[in-house]
Every structure is written in structure tokens, then in C-alpha cells.
Design a protein around this ligand. Structure first.
Ligand SMILES: [Zn+2]
Length: 151
């Protein structure tokens, strides 16, 4: 049984080698859908009897791994030639510190999708629940989907 849950976050990024406007520092309202594919719990009398995973438990994981880390934050490539300037600028707002991420990959929708899959997969794995895919909308018409086992 496949179940899904969505959240939305606002986040800045920059694709520093891009030929056109994606080079600019800008933001998106990302929609992130998580797909969990596992069996329905048949342990009679337990809280999540009849569920793949309690939707509120899934929401808590997404809030902790995605919303709390990235909402109203920024993600940049760690080899961005303007790294020090970006750091300086973001640090002007002290509250952004925890939400400023320099990562090992270009923060495109594809790479963010894979990264967010890994972040959500970890706590689900600890619960013995199978995460099947993560889908990211960078705009209302552009999406990336990372399925377990994808390259
Ligand atoms: Zn963008």
C-alpha cells in the first residue's frame, strides 16, 4: 500500500554555473511529496492498527527533517565562487544561521530531491518503514522524483 504526504517550504538557492537566470540568488516555494510503500499494520489493538504509518508521525518526520531545516532557509553549492559573500549576506540575519546550508552538490531540484529522500529515509528506516519516493515541485509545472534505487 502506497500512502503520500505533502509539505511546502520556501527556500532560496542559486545554480552557480547555470547559463541563464538560475545563476541569480532566488527562491521557490517547494512542494515536497513523500511516498511510503509498506504493509498495513495488522497488530490488533496498537495505535496504528490498520495504517501503513500514522500520518501525524510521517508529518512529524517531514517537519523535523525538511521544514525545520530548510523553510525560509537557503541552500548553496559548497564550491560556489561567491560562497564567502553569500555567507556574509545571509549572516546579516542572525536567525538564518541554522538554515544556511552549503552542500556537496549543485542545489537543483534533482539533487535536492535525492538529498531530501536520504534525510527522510533515515528516521523511517529506524521505524522499519519503507520510503518509496520523494517528489519535489520546484515550480507548479516542474518536478523531480527520486525513487528508491534510482541513480
Ligand atoms: Zn531556482
Amino acid at each position: 500500500m502506497l500512502i503520500t504526504k505533502e509539505i511546502e517550504i520556501d527556500m532560496a538557492h542559486r545554480v552557480c554555473f547555470h547559463k541563464s537566470k538560475c545563476r541569480n540568488l532566488h527562491g521557490h516555494r517547494y512542494k515536497i511529496e513523500v511516498g511510503v510503500d509498506d504493509k498495513i499494520n495488522e497488530e490488533y489493538g496498537t495505535s496504528d492498527y490498520g495504517m501503513v504509518i500514522d500520518f501525524s508521525d510521517l508529518k512529524d518526520i517531514m517537519k523535523k527533517e525538511l521544514d525545520e531545516r530548510f523553510d525560509h532557509g537557503a541552500v548553496f553549492y559548497r564550491n560556489d565562487p561567491y560562497r564567502s559573500k553569500l555567507e556574509e549576506m545571509i549572516m546579516l540575519n542572525d536567525q538564518s544561521k541554522d538554515k544556511l546550508h552549503f552542500v556537496d552538490f549543485m542545489p537543483t531540484a534533482e539533487n535536492l530531491c535525492k538529498y531530501w529522500f536520504e534525510l527522510v529515509d533515515k528516521p523511517l528506516k529506524e521505524k522499519g518503514i519503507n520510503l518509496e519516493y520523494v517528489k519535489v515541485w520546484e515550480t507548479p509545472t516542474s518536478t523531480a522524483i527520486y525513487r528508491r534505487g534510482d541513480k
